[in-house]
Structures are given as structure tokens and as C-alpha cells.
Design a binder for this molecule. Structure first.
Ligand code: TPP
Length: 589
């Protein structure tokens, strides 16, 4: 591949040596570079392709890294990474030991703020702008690039509300491509759609009403318009807002056409753009699909069931419910807090809300879970997808805190099914008429069974099961990580294995039996050790004065970076081999 211009650019000061006329050619090269690497190494694609011109224009005109450039979510920042010193290592993107798929302060001085979760950029940029102003750096610019789905989140509105009454040098660029991962939703989105054809609507809009110097919408793929407008804004003080229209996936026909799939397409042919089909024949189902198919089955029988997702219709497979029951399925946009309180409101009226949120994103709604759901003891069913280590998205996305923070909440049931059938059965059990909220956690990826669509069976809440009898040593696991223990124990006779299923309420009867019969106890969870399932077992033992030796396997007090799930389980000592080794060492003592 010939990159006549791209190869001359190590950092943005090299870019600034190019003439304006050379920028379209550079954009071509940058696009091709991204496509070629993502085709084989995988990662986010559409969002970065959509902002190639914007990325070049921003680094061309602004004095980065002195001017601070923030990318909301950060999945669109590949071009930024490549132009800011990481071109030669871009092929390590998202791999163990390689660069992160998101901007990260530790990685580069050009990454002004670490991201992964959405809608933080305006608050962070405003914080920086106010700090600059306090330090007397009044000529410095602070730029937040935020998508149309991310700007509809509460945090972004809060920040706009504050920025509009400040005199901070903040430039908010709305990258409007009318799509999040799935098509964007909401009244704001409808306004943004209308303004594209009826520019008179831009005359008096909500952003102007909030005191911003508003301009746009302009074509985000046209260097002339971009450079002209950014030049004007660069020399303007105070809060500014530029509305830019782009096409997600720009430059790769398939990615432009099928923007949902090409958000993160997996392997594809760089030349043709065609996705290389994965051979999923003979593989177990994805847990998200077990959820999706099961909720549809349940909703057919139980008219009170409603499904709620904050902007993860496809990722959660709630899309399956939307197709059959559109009137009972709600994609509320990137609004986790709202999703939880909406579910609470519905529950007060006798509906049975299944609120499906990824573990890492539900962190944002912690107060709503406590204050709006648990305190009023409302039977909301939280389906916590992507719980545990999620792999290549890395530290911002691992769902490792939920056992600890959910079990700290009064009234909350916390459960983690071990396989597809157990997930199905707990979903079924939850809609039979709970009197309190429940959190059901399950991981990213595929299950372990083939024949999983069995007739529903009720699970008795707060009960564990003995998977294998033994003596001396008992392994107590929770969730799908228990399957690692099952494999680890294949070569180790006499070790007992219990699937405790609930970390709250604990199966006290079973724990009394275990503590009375085994000298050594090993607990295993794919979550934080601090306050997690192992801790709950220790709390039980202290209360009842048991003195057994306990080894807690789980994730230590650190952030785990990116890599494959297998690599990361190994690093955290919860892969099959590490578990086997721990048991062997205990047995040798
Ligand atoms: C708090 C939070 N919820 C959900 C997500 C998952 N997520 C990642 S990108 C994305 C869509 C972002 O859409 P938009 O802001 O329009 O940016 P675009 O992808 O179009 O560039 C979502 C929902 C997230 N990163 N953070």
C-alpha cells in the first residue's frame, strides 16, 4: 500500500506542513489504512471512517496537543491515533500488550481524556476549559467531539446546561450521523433529522437558547466547509457548538449501507468489504440470544412483560422482542439512569420490566437502582449482560464490579446462572411474580450447551446445587466461570464442586453443610474479589464461627486491560489451568 502522504506524518505538526489541497488525498490514505488493519485485526470501523475528514481538519487547524481534543466514547478515534504517533503500532490495536481501542491518557499526550463510556466529553472539556481560564491560558481551545446518540444522554445535557452560562473556551462538535450502534432514537434525533432538510429550524434551536455560538449543519466530509468554519471558531472565545453531518462507514460501501453491522464488523475482506462469515455451526448460542429468545417466549404468555434497553438493542438481542412486540419494547437511547427509573415507574403499575443493561454501563445508574428501585422494593428484573471480563474493549468495559455493588443493596437478589438452561430458568422464574428486584448477570459470548431450549423450570431463589461430591476440598463457584472449574476438576478426583447460583441471598443451608464437611474452601467468581461472592462466603463463615481455610479466586484490586477473554482470565488466575494449579497446591499441603 502506498501512503505517500500518510507516511510523512508522525505527529500533527507534520500534518500541518501539508497544503490544504493535499488533505483529500491524505483522507483517502487514512481511510484505506484503517480499513486494511481493522479488516484483519478487528475493532470498531464505521465510526472512525465517518470522521476521517473531521479528524484531519481538527489536527490541521488546532494546536494539538496544547489545544485539547476529546473524543466522546472514543471508538471513532482510530484516525486520531494514527495521526498522533501510533501509526506504526496501530496493528496492535485492542490486543494484549498493544494499544487500546479507545483514547487513553497514559498512551499519548494527544489523548486528552480517557474514554469508553459515552457522553463524558462535554463535562471533561468544560472542566479543562475552566481550569485553563483559572490558570490564565485564555487562548487555549478545548474541543469535544460527540455523536448524536451520545449527546442525548443526561450527562451531556447537564454539561451543556453548565457550559452555556460559562465563558469557557469550549467547542462542542456534534458529529451527527443519525446512528448510534443501532439507529438513534428520541425527540432530539427527530429534530436533527428535520434540520437537515429545513435549515430554518437551525435559526432558533435549543443549543442557541442555551447561549452557544451555534453553527451548522455543515458537511463533515467537505474540507472547504470544515476548515472555513473551524478557522472561525478557533479564534472565537466562549462556548461554541458546531453541527457536522457525516456518514458512518464513509468510504466503504458496505459499511455505509449496513451501518449497524459495520459498527464493529469482525473480520472482513479489505478489498471487497465483504464480511468473512464466522462458522458458528455446531457452536453453542450466545448468552444474549438466550436472553432475546427467552424474553420473546415469556412475553407471548405474560402480557405484563416489557423490555427496556439503553441503546443496545442489537447487542442485548432485545431486538428480537422489538420485532414481535414493538409496543412493549423500549430503546431509550444512551440513558442508563432513565432506563432504570423508567423500569421502576412501570413496576409501580404492575408491569414486569426486564431492564437489560451491560454490566459496565449499569454502573452509571447505581443511585437509580438503590433509590428508585430497591428502596421501594420494586420487582424490576435487571438482566446484566457482558458481566465478567469482556476482552478486547478492555478496562473501560469489563463488567467486574456488579456482584460487589449489587449485593451491597438491600432487597436485591443477585444471581449468576452457570449455563443457558439456568439463564432461561431464572428469567422464567423472575416473571412469575417477584416481590423484590433481581439482578441476573451473564457474560459476553457463547454458552456451553447445544440442547438448551428445554421446558421452563422454576428455580428456588437463594439455592445452590452440588455439581460434584468430594472430600476435603470444595470449590464454590458462581456463574459461568464455574464451567472453568468443572473442566479443571476433570483430572482431580475427590474435589467437590458447588454452583452457588446466588450471591444474595446465600444458600445458608448448603453453606452450613459445606463448612461442616470440608477443610478447604475455594470460591470462584468472574468479578472483583473486594466485596464479591467470596467475600459473602467469608461473611457467612465469620458470622457462624467457621474456621475453614478459604481461598478466594476472582479479580484483584486492579484494572484489567484489553486482550482476549482467555488471556485475561489467565492474567487474573481464573482460567482452567490456574484453577487446577490452585487446587493441586492446596491438595499438596
Ligand atoms: C454509557 C454508555 N452506554 C452505552 C455505550 C455503548 N455504545 C458505544 S458507542 C454507542 C453509540 C454511540 O453513538 P454516537 O454517539 O452517535 O456515535 P457514533 O457511533 O455514531 O460515532 C453506544 C451506545 C457506551 N459506550 N457508553
Amino acid at each position: 500500500m502506498i501512503n505517500a502522504l500518510l507516511d510523512t506524518i508522525k505527529i500533527p505538526s507534520d500534518l500541518r506542513k501539508l497544503t490544504k489541497d493535499q488533505l483529500p488525498e491524505l483522507a483517502k490514505e487514512l481511510r484505506a489504512f484503517i480499513i486494511n488493519i481493522v479488516a484483519t485485526k478487528q475493532g470498531h470501523l464505521g465510526a472512525s471512517l465517518g470522521v476521517v475528514e473531521l479528524t484531519i481538519a481538527l489536527h490541521y487547524l488546532f494546536d494539538t496537543p496544547r489545544d485539547l481534543l476529546l473524543w466522546d466514547v472514543g471508538h471513532q478515534a482510530y484516525g486520531h491515533k494514527i495521526l498522533t504517533g501510533r501509526k506504526d503500532i496501530f496493528h496492535t490495536n485492542r490486543q494484549l500488550g498493544g494499544i487500546s481501542g479507545f483514547p487513553k491518557r497514559k498512551e499519548s499526550e494527544y489523548d486528552a481524556f480517557g474514554v469508553g463510556h459515552s457522553s463524558t466529553s462535554i463535562s471533561a472539556a468544560l472542566g479543562m476549559a475552566i481550569a485553563s481560564s483559572l490558570k490564565g491560558e485564555t487562548d487555549k481551545q478545548h474541543i469535544a467531539v460527540i455523536g448524536d446518540a451520545s449527546i442525548a444522554s443526561g450527562m451531556a445535557f447537564e454539561a451543556l446546561n453548565h457550559a452555556g452560562v460559562s465563558d469557557a473556551n469550549i467547542l462542542i462538535i456534534l458529529n451527527d450521523n443519525a446512528i448510534g450502534i443501532d439507529p438513534a432514537v428520541g425527540a432530539l434525533k427527530e429534530y436533527l433529522t428535520k434540520v437537515k432538510t429545513d435549515r430554518s429550524l437551525a435559526q432558533n434551536n435549543i443549543i442557541k437558547a442555551l447561549n452557544f455560538d451555534y453553527s451548522g449543519p455543515i458537511d463533515g466530509h467537505n474540507f472547504n466547509s470544515l476548515l472555513r468554519e473551524l478557522k472561525r471558531l478557533k479564534n472565537k472565545k466562549g462556548p461554541k457548538f458546531l453541527h457536522v453531518i457525516t456518514t458512518k462507514g464513509k468510504g466503504l460501501i458496505q459499511a455505509e449501507k449496513d451501518q449497524v453491522t459495520y459498527h464493529s464488523p469482525g473480520h472482513f475482506d479489505a478489498k471487497t468489504g465483504e464480511i468473512i462469515p464466522k462458522n458458528s455451526k455446531g457452536l453453542s448460542p450466545k448468552y444474549q440470544d438466550v436472553f432475546g429468545e427467552t424474553i420473546v417466549e415469556l412475553a407471548r404468555e405474560n402480557k405484563k412483560i416489557v423490555g427496556i434497553t439503553p441503546a443496545m438493542l442489537s447487542g442485548s438481542s432485545l431486538k428480537m422482542m422489538l420485532e414481535e412486540f414493538p409496543e412493549r419494547t423500549f430503546d431509550v437511547g444512551i440513558a442508563e439512569q432513565h432506563a432504570v427509573t423508567l423500569a421502576a415507574g412501570m413496576a409501580t403499575q404492575g408491569m414486569i420490566p426486564f431492564c437489560n443493561i451491560y454490566s459496565t454501563f449499569i454502573q452509571r445508574a447505581y443511585d437509580q437502582i438503590i433509590h428508585d428501585v430497591a428502596l421501594q422494593n420494586l420487582p424490576v428484573i435487571f438482566c446484566i449482560d457482558r458481566a465478567g471480563l469482556v476482552g478486547e474493549d478492555g478496562a473501560t468495559h469489563h463488567g467486574i464490579f456488579d456482584i460487589s455493588y449489587m449485593r451491597a443493596i438491600p432487597n436485591m437478589i443477585v444471581c449468576a446462572p452457570r449455563n443457558e438452561i439456568e439463564l432461561r430458568n431464572i428469567l422464567y422464574t423472575s416473571q412469575l411474580g417477584l416481590e423484590q428486584p433481581i439482578a441476573i448477570r451473564y457474560p459476553r459470548g457463547r454458552g456451553v450447551l447445544f440442547d438448551w431450549k428445554k421446558p421452563f423450570k422454576m428455580i428456588e431463589l437463594g439455592t445452590g446445587v452440588c455439581l460434584r461430591a468430594g472430600k476435603d476440598i470444595a470449590v464454590l463457584s458462581i456463574g459461568t466461570i464455574g464451567n472453568n472449574a468443572t473442566k479443571a476438576l476433570e483430572e482431580l478426583p475427590n474435589i467437590a464442586h458447588y454452583d452457588m447460583r446466588f450471591s444474595k441471598p446465600l444458600d445458608q443451608k448448603l453453606l452450613h453443610t459445606i463448612c461442616s464437611n470440608f477443610k478447604q474452601i475455594i470460591t470462584l467468581e468472574e468479578g472483583l474479589k473486594i466485596g464479591g461472592f467470596g467475600s459473602s462466603v467469608l461473611e457467612f463463615m465469620t458470622k457462624h464461627n467457621y474456621k475453614n481455610t478459604v481461598t478466594i479466586l476472582g479479580i484483584d484490586d486492579h484494572f484489567t486491560e484489553h486482550g482476549t477473554i482467555e488471556e485475561l482470565q489467565k492474567i487474573n488466575g481464573i482460567d482452567i489451568n490456574s484453577i487446577r494449579q490452585v487446587i493441586k497446591n492446596l491438595g499438596d499441603q
